[in-house]
Write a protein that binds this ligand. Sequence first.
Ligand code: ATP
Ligand code: MG
Length: 696
Amino acid sequence: PPARSDRPAAHVPSMDAYRSMYRESVEDPDRFWGRIAAREFSWETPFILPGDAAASASAIASKPDAESHANGNATTAAAAAAAPAAADPTKVTSQQSNFDVRTGPVAIKWFESSRTNLAYNCLDRNVHERGLGDNVAFFWEGNNPEQASKLTYRQLLDRVSRFANVLKSFGVAKGDTVGVYMPMVVELPIAMLACARIGAIHSVMFGGFSHEAIAGRILDAKCKVIVTADGVFRGEKVIPLKHIMNKAIEHCAEQGFAVTATIVLAHLGNLPEEEKRSLDRDWLKLEAEASPDCPVEWLEAEHPLFMLYTSGSTGRPKGVVHTQAGYMVWAATTFKYVFDYHPGDVYWCTADCGWITGHSYVTYGPLLNGATSVLFEGIPTYPDAGRCWQVIDKYQVTQFYTAPTAIRALMKFGDEIVARSSRASLRILGTVGEPINPAAWLWYFNVVGEGRCPIVDTWWQTETGGFMITPFPAATPCKPGSATLPFFGVVPALIDSQGREVEGEGEGSLVIKQSWPGQMRTVFGDHKRFEETYFSQHKGYYFSGDGCRRDEDGYYWITGRIDDVLMVSGHRIGTAEVEGALVGHEGVVEAAVVGYPHDIKGEGIYAFVTLAEGFKFTPELVQHLKLDVRENIGAFASVDIFHEAPALPKTRSGKIMRRILRKIAAGETDIHSFGDTSTLADPNVVEMLISTRPGH
Ligand code: ATP
Ligand code: MG
């Protein structure tokens, strides 16, 4: 493909550039983040840069009223960026965090004393200060390939302002929670941004959730106002969102909690009479009648922006809380550097807004950068498995971001279907959600990217707000399966079984040593759970829950969840490594490995495998797989039991739920004893595996 000669140099062009920026970011985080925050965002009340009050971010306007912003006389703090390091060490820092439960309550605070608004930075700033009003914010691509639309930044600002006024008319005010249960249509980010604009806290619930899961989340967050739609098609399946929401609201009522309004988008436009309720209000009608004039609510830096539940891979989901300023700086900065975003790029992330990836890298990160994105309603296999590649060609996508589970699924359909598309526009490929096995990485790199697009394997969590360990596409030499090196400001460490930090090469529990702006601030309504879950295991560190290996080049390799690490005859074995060896075989599409009690070894290795079409579960195949694992890992890693699994229990975000497989491997048969299953995508899979357990 022709090289784009007009393309500016990468933001991080070399390893030397990465190293020097990284060094500053961890040695002087206040200054590093203070400078970025001042230069790239608008603040109504500035925060104070350490040691240099004069060089701190200047205010947007002395009087924060809608008029002055619309006139574009807001100013950002460009001058601050150029200010030299000041000699006066007065510590008025951009950060005041305590990580260590021994020295007091855990408190994470960034850019304190300042006021800003994330929605202002996504919209007004781009329209009124940066001249991007006519740029496309979202290309919307429907489930049906014939349905598509687009929305510019100016149109988005108008719709968000109107919808914010609609929310206000239902009594939603600063600090109130709003439940959002929507398909992937532009109204979903509109609802999120409208909340952010008025200081309401959104709680987005994944469109694939059941009514029980929805009810639990509404009750937990006490969402009086609900934003939803009649329904949506995903592939050929219809999801009757309103029907599910009605049941959830009834359930809440039985628990004594009353929802006061449901704002319903007529997306399919054929809501049956029996699904209509007296609380329902028509979204588009209200929006059309509302004023487009909605002054920004200026918010303290630490004002909560949203709450979002983790996927539930390891247990009961946690209601993670992120805040206006720190999260804003983190989502925007990670997006800019890791996708090396430049004007003219068209970016596409396939994640649903119901997950953190859809918050940070469908909605906030791209919009804060003034980027153009594709918002996709459908699924990668509808109408056929070539959909992603067609969409890439249709919009000339430059950055494509998806999950290993999608890559493995598409890989199964073969290379030919990929080859039918051009994909010449692609520059960077990304992955997130689970460790990516080298075979899938190589297919993504060689077949999808034709060997010319760097892969950014981004390790992060709902809790971290954005990328933590990731390559920089123009700088970091990649190794298939490794998330490589830390992002700016991130100081990872590995803790061994004795509780000591591992020096150099080695393996252990992945922790983070100092605060970063995008760090979660609390578990909604349960600060104690926050401290217990993340700060009690290793005092003075943030505990990620993931296991990790560091190689001779300092690269990080996620080996799986700590809870999932196997201890076989005294050897620690990561589930990801065994699974990687299994899916390296051409006959295996997906594999999940767990331990089970074993008389001699302590723990035995139990492998669930999903075979590719045309392969049979024969003794020969099993023998091959055993050898593959032994060769890849070592003789001590011998799989004891193979279980053919036509499907695996996954969370609705597509992650394998090994905690459920552990129960099956241990011979438990009562699904009610399996713990929280509210985020399980298909409960039938569990029943099927229980009844096909070898020796059952
Ligand atoms: P819960 O915390 O409720 O068990 P969860 O951990 O699956 O759910 P998320 O925050 O959606 O919820 O997922 C974060 C986890 O996903 C990480 O802790 C890690 O285990 C895994 N992960 C994400 N990206 C990567 C990656 N690039 N490589 C390896 N693992 C990853
Ligand atoms: Mg987690």
